[in-house]
Design a binder for this molecule. Structure first.
Ligand SMILES: Cc1cc2nc3c(=O)[nH]c(=O)nc-3n(C[C@H](O)[C@H](O)[C@H](O)COP(=O)(O)OP(=O)(O)OC[C@H]3O[C@@H](n4cnc5c(N)ncnc54)[C@H](O)[C@@H]3O)c2cc1C
Length: 423
């Protein structure tokens, strides 16, 4: 049995950044994930590095503050992953909402600047999607798209050099954790058995399953949702800037449009935050094939309502899109959630980072607390770094740039998605 100070189940942004913080401090750490690692929310999200302006505008100052710190950390430490060429704008349907957002950002020290009429005009002229938008109260923000895969690969490489061990499992159900008869935990992963003084569950939506066996009352409190994301690619990108719509009082869904790719910008992802649906226990493969009949109509309606210019755009350019579902853990706050359970010789941490953007900051907080425990030295675990990685973790972008399943088109003046697969 391999023995570690800390065993982390889940190698998304939460687990990888935490492993970095632990191995930087020369403690031994094992990271357990599927292969390829980080194939869930961390590489399927919108890839939007959030300055905090969105949450400040939406009235959630604590999530805004966490994003502000995470944004500064990532932008200064990993400038190569940030798509600086794509600017970002926050769009409002009413002037009063923009005024409130400016005040909220000002109070938190987050950059947001009202665009004057001349700047709005030239922004609209250079961005086809905006030419007929109904959201005319606009502010510039410091947000940018970023390459989450590239960032996580850098962290995976670093923790490998730091001596962390990476264990892979073929399926999620293949990992079982249980209290050891002595201090610590035993973790079974198919042919391997590990032990750790501290066990961290950083496995996103799969946290609930493992927690159910270890701490059922906490598992029952967890609310899981799935959020459909629309990816649009075409002959020309829909937008060359990120367009955020945090406060739309008049509509049920408010699309946020984030461009992805590098220099030429390959397309955009559109996330409709208010169409969260209860999560299923769908397997990874099922997620790619969920029937999105209702969501398709909701997406088209919402896009058309808030970005009417999109119709003229799709009439002129061939544009195609596909959906994928990304499951997430819904906590009472939109910020990070770190909970510890201690019982004699062992510690269990249940860790969800809130946003990808804030994950380096919440990982640091989580590591600090774990360090307090390890420095207490109840188990006498070794503190020298391991010299060999068991397997190298390779991060792969999942389902983000895959083949399109729908074509976006207008029929009788109405925007709709035409199924490419069903015809
Ligand atoms: C649609 C959507 C869009 C988003 N957009 C943004 C955005 O633009 N910007 C932003 O900052 N944040 C965004 N977020 C939030 C952010 O992506 C998530 O908060 C973050 O990625 C969660 O990271 P995680 O490491 O906790 O989970 P995950 O990335 O899901 O990682 C969990 C890992 O655990 C592994 N795992 C699970 N169970 C097991 C098991 N039994 N054994 C081994 N391994 C296991 C999985 O393989 C996976 O790699 C978005 C979220 C969603 C859902």
């Amino acid at each position: 049995m391999q023995r570690f100070d800390v065993v982390i189940i889940g190698g998304g942004c939460a687990g990888l950044f935490l492993a970095e913080k632990i191995t930087d401090r020369k403690y031994t750490c094992a990271l357990v994930d599927k292969d390829p690692v980080a194939g869930h929310a961390s590489t399927r999200n919108q890839g939007w590095l959030q300055s905090g302006s969105f949450y400040a505008a939406a009235g959630d100052p604590s999530a805004a503050e966490e994003c502000r710190s995470g944004y500064e950390y990532i932008a200064s430490k990993y400038p190569g992953v940030v798509l600086q060429a794509a600017p970002s704008f926050c769009m409002f349907d009413q002037k009063a909402n923009l005024d409130r957002a400016l005040d909220a950002c000002g109070a938190l020290g987050i950059y947001m600047e009202r665009l004057d009429a001349g700047s709005v005009h030239s922004l609209f002229a250079s961005n086809p999607l905006l030419q007929e938008t109904s959201l005319t109260h606009i502010a510039k923000t410091g947000d940018h798209p970023f390459d989450t895969r590239k960032l996580l690969q850098g962290i995976a490489d670093k923790i490998g050099r730091n001596g962390a061990s990476y264990y892979r499992t073929r399926c999620m159900a293949g990992v079982e954790a249980r209290p050891a008869s002595h201090a610590g935990w035993v973790i079974d992963i198919q042919e391997d058995q590990l032990s750790g003084e501290v066990l961290v569950l950083a496995c996103g939506v799969y946290m609930k399953e493992i927690l159910q066996g270890l701490w059922p009352s906490k598992a029952n409190e967890m609310n899981l949702t799935k959020t459909p994301v629309l990816v649009i690619k075409g002959e020309r990108p829909l937008s060359d800037c990120a367009l955020m719509t945090p406060l739309i009082e008049s509509g049920p869904v408010a699309p946020n449009i984030v461009p992805f790719g590098r220099a030429g910008i390959e397309g955009v992802s559109v996330c409709l935050s208010r169409v969260d649906a209860p999560a299923t226990d769908a397997t990874d493969e099922d997620l790619a094939n969920l029937p999105f009949g209702d969501f398709k109509a909701a997406f088209a309606k919402s896009l058309e309502k808030h970005y009417p210019g999109i119709k003229g755009f799709v009439e002129r350019y061939e544009t195609a899109g596909h959906f994928y579902a990304c499951q997430k853990v819904k906590m009472p706050s939109r910020g990070a959630s770190i909970e510890f359970h201690e019982d004699g010789g062992r510690m269990l941490a249940v860790y969800y980072p809130g946003k990808f953007t804030s994950s380096p900051i919440s990982a640091e907080k989580c590591a600090e607390r774990i360090m307090e425990r390890l420095r207490g030295g109840t188990s006498g675990a070794a503190v020298s770094p391991r010299t060999q990685t068991r397997k190298h973790a390779v991060v792969k972008q999942q389902l983000y740039y895959e083949e399109s399943q729908y074509k976006l088109r207008t029929r009788n003046g109405i925007l709709e998605f035409e199924g490419l697969l069903s015809t």
